[in-house]
Design a binder for this molecule. Structure first.
Ligand code: PEP
Length: 247
């Protein structure tokens, strides 16, 4: 099954114009690895300037509103982000599910809004440590995925990122067996909704403390089609080995 690897950095609330030199360097690494699709999801303030210096990397946003316009002070619509230069958007990141109270329904609506304006979506799901320890991770995360999956989800515009919450920014990752098993469970959940043929084409990324030391092992797993990378995507020196591992 020829799924092109997808490696995406999430800069979160990091980055000023001075950091665009790093972005440019990452764009050059992307150009050296055309077999891998590489992107950076930037803070909104950098999307426009970043788009002009992105090289072979795509630029994405980290969130969008579900409506096209309106009285939503401080929010940005998918259409605005797209016009600024973002071709992808992250939806359902745990930092927004947890801190902003975003529901599965919100995430489905945001993902659909992004698709309507021609953007692609990385839909994030993941379990807490309590759920993992209780042995319920696959059941809970599969349910979360199905509940936040937008209508008409398809592989040409939607990727899934499995991000165990307890692995984000902590330096801890699940065992390779646990990652492999979760990704297989998520593909089966997708198949139950969109059919096995379409589910087989959807890229399922791993996210949570991915780095140059663990990326090759993670991406060698059958259903791991790339990574969503936080901390290690802030510098070209740390992000490059992950992109290389995907090639
Ligand atoms: C993330 O927040 O999407 C993430 C994967 O972060 P980190 O790589 O820093 O764990």
């Amino acid at each position: 099954m020829g799924r092109r690897k997808l490696v995406v950095g999430n800069w979160k609330m990091n980055g000023m114009r001075a950091h665009l030199d790093e972005l440019e360097a990452i764009g050059r690494v992307a150009a050296a690895h055309p077999a891998v699709e590489v992107g950076l999801c930037l803070p909104a303030t950098l999307i426009m300037a970043g788009s002009e210096r992105r090289g072979a990397a795509f630029i994405g946003a980290q969130n969008c509103h579900m409506d096209i316009s309106g009285a939503y002070t401080g929010s940005l619509s998918a259409e605005m982000l797209c016009e600024a230069g973002a071709s992808w958007v992250i939806t359902g990141h745990s930092e927004r599910r947890e801190a902003r109270g975003e529901t599965n329904e919100d995430i489905a609506a945001k993902s659909a809004a992004a698709h309507r304006v021609g953007m692609k979506v990385i839909l994030c799901v993941g379990e807490t440590i309590e759920v993992r320890d209780a042995g319920r991770a696959e059941e809970v995360v599969s349910d979360q995925l199905l509940a936040s999956l937008p209508e008409g989800a398809a592989a040409d515009w939607l990727a899934v990122a499995y991000e165990p919450i307890w692995a984000i920014g902590t330096g801890r990752i699940p065992t390779m067996e646990a990652v492999a098993s979760m990704h297989a469970a998520l593909r089966a959940a997708l198949a139950s909704r969109i059919g096995a043929d379409e589910a087989a084409k959807v890229r399922i990324l791993y996210g949570g403390s991915m780095n140059g030391d663990n990326a090759a092992d993670l991406m060698a797993l059958a259903d791991v089609d790339g990574g969503l990378v936080g901390g290690a995507s802030l510098s070209a020196a740390k992000f490059a080995p992950i992109i290389e591992a995907a090639d």
